[in-house]
Design a protein around this ligand. Sequence first.
Ligand code: XIL
Length: 361
Amino acid sequence: MPLSRLVTAAVATSCLALLPLVTASPAGASGGPAAPDRPLRQLAADDHLRVGTAVDMSALADDSVYRRLTGSEFSAVTPENVMKWESVEPRQGEYDYAAADHLVDFARRHGQQVRGHVLVWHSQLPPWLTSGDFGADQLRAILHRHITDTVRHFRGRVWQWDVVNEAFNEDGTLRDSIWLRALGPGYIEDAFRWAHEADPHALLFYNDYNTEWTGPKSDAVYDLVSRLRAEGVPIDGVGFQGHLSIRYDLPTGMAANFARFDRLGLDTAVTEADVRMAVPADDAKSATQAEGYRRLLDACLRTPHCVSFTVWGFTDRYSWVPGTFPGEGAANLFDEDYRPKPAYRALESELAGRARPRSAH
Ligand code: XIL
């Protein structure tokens, strides 16, 4: 490039830098100043990574800023609630996939992949199921049917499924749940086999929290997925939810933990990242939060087959945290007015500063 153009470009860039953030805002009318020159999804594409968010369907319908940022910043979406059993089969035998279909259509229009969440979990089950007094054979048939019907419905449209979610306790024993009690530990491999039959091309994940670092729980997940791989059960990946709180020391050793799953030939993913704090937020807490996000992303980028990094919502305006962890909040990348926080900038610079090669199993 001739020197004159270089100078012009440099002047233009520095002028841009002087403009108030709000002029370049994707948040627009709300006055929210987010203004990323290159959205996260573009930066992540250079690193062969999908960057995703959980999506709140009411916000997507009612809030145009939310809708715009969902489409522009992310290359993958996860339904925060609308693919869960209580949503898709509120009454036995009556499926309602409308809200989930709506998100899948949104994703297609925006060039996004979909993480299906979730097939087998102990939580957010419909009341007809939890209070139905079913015997073991009936529950097995009910689970088989739920997995088959749901995965078939979205066949070819869901990239990754969280097939089994949160099956372990902190000490590495299997969690007491309706599934373990009635069906024994074999429900896990059955679920993967049934999901694979229903859509042989979807990537099938085991997903859990507090498994990002090494410890009894992640060791138990490691033992489980090693055995499943050895026995030829169709499992493709392990999801690390990534729900952190700055009230604890930020985790270390996450990349080494992800690496051992990678060596099994599995994909990995950060599936639900957020970093909460005691509210109100302040600069010091926001800096620690940014470091928490950075470490999660760094662990993923260091792992050759870490295929996606998903945040559990992107704005403090809509977050599950305050309702679930009293006194905590401010856990997301953008504040309630869609201003990008240091956490957003940390992901931005982490993605921009890497050149991760493409990698395939
Ligand atoms: C949460 C949603 O964010 C809330 O809106 C809902 O009320 C409860 O579930 N781990 C998971 C997610 O796998 O499905 C949970 O989502 C958060 C913890």
